[in-house]
Design a protein around this ligand. Sequence first.
Ligand SMILES: *Cc1c(COP(=O)(O)O)cnc(C)c1O
Length: 351
Amino acid sequence: MSWVASLARPEIAGLEPYDHAVWEPNLTRLHANELPWRAIADESLAGLNRYPEPQARALIERLAQLYRVPPEHLLISRGSDEAIDLLVRTFCRANEDAVLVCPPTFAMYAGAARVQGARIISVPLVAEAGFSLDKDAVLAQCGGDVKIVFLCSPNNPTGNRIDSEAVRDVLTALIGRAIVVVDHAYVEFSNGADGLYRPPRPPNLAILRTLSKAHGLAGARLGALIADPDVISLLRKVIAPYAVPQLVIEAALSVLTAVHLRTLPKRIAQVRAERFRVSRALAGLPIVKSVLPSEANFILVRFKDPVAALARAYGARLLIRDVRGYPGLSDALRITIGAPEENDRLLQAWA
Ligand SMILES: *Cc1c(COP(=O)(O)O)cnc(C)c1O
């Protein structure tokens, strides 16, 4: 049995792939109980009367090219949210297995664990050291019941990157014992990729990528999990056969063109320039205690009176994220970098 199968829930490891209708685009489809005619206003390319291609090949190839990985290392999902849920459902038995998270971090990891009934082991990031990873504590807490370690880099909501040497050490120590998921939702905004997925690549590494942030496709709900082909094959047995809708496949293929990829660095540079400008301006405001350094498209800010700051922003019809419920962030708000005029409105509201 492969290490992946022995790590997974036994019922999942033994699962036969769902026997969906055969995908043979050149043959006439009398095998999937679809209607032979399009709806009157259906302007899609393939026709929404037809089920979409499961794990659509063209989209997988486009994303594999984008992320510079072989196609068989990539699973497409309804946003990273679905990939997180799939990982937890595939590897964690309810009431027996655990996931390890490093708060303050993205709430979906613990949320998916709660839905599955998996235990949650928390090893906080070290606030005094810029929310860095407590590698030794993570490894000390990784008993046999921990099946997945979730690391987020750059981290939401703190904005800092997790040191890639520490990530590598965790990966190496947990080979054959646990999957280490590195969530790269904001990596495009950071100071250079850390090359984690380059060979030699630990087999227990899984990377989450999303089109929701830098690519501007949050409404499409499209993400990718990049992992060892054995992990991908296993997850393909668990994911819904028609997880990614035809409209999303077509929208993503029409957006992810050479023109888009040429525009992307300019957009990212603009966000980074605004992040710098807004951070500086916020640091000079009397209501602000401190502005944390960020490598994402948001800034975490500590306030003398966060409730008043929230109210003033809301009064100016601006929504910002109240993150005071996270451990160690009782005075903090998270601000997404908007367009320059939107950022100006926020700075004026707080001036
Ligand atoms: C926004 C975000 C995502 C993206 O989720 P999608 O479901 O792909 O939209 C993933 N991880 C983190 C940490 C995020 O903040």
